[in-house]
Design a protein around this ligand. Structure first.
Ligand code: FES
Length: 81
């Protein structure tokens, strides 16, 4: 059985399996807006394999990290703003 961890997305605790990607955990929690385009449209993961950069979020204070390429660790702080 996979170990459960908790990540925090905009301060909201989300349970995830250790080793799952941040993008997978966020989508599983019903989060559909990972960032907003310059015109203000919500954006979400498209490719899931590191190519499109639509899954960019701030992780641990570092902006423009790809959620689909970052694994969940307990206590990880994620921001969509
Ligand atoms: S979903 Fe395309 S780079 Fe992450």
């Amino acid at each position: 059985m996979a170990e459960r961890v908790t990540i925090f997305v905009d301060g909201r605790p989300i349970a995830a399996e250790r080793g799952a990607t941040v993008a997978a955990a966020m989508l599983s929690a019903g989060i559909r807006a990972f960032r907003h385009s310059v015109s203000g449209e919500p954006r979400a993961p498209l490719c899931g394999m590191g190519i499109c950069f639509e899954c960019r979020v701030t992780i641990g204070g570092e902006p423009h990290r790809r959620g689909c390429q970052t694994l969940c660790q307990d206590g990880l702080e994620v921001s969509t703003t």
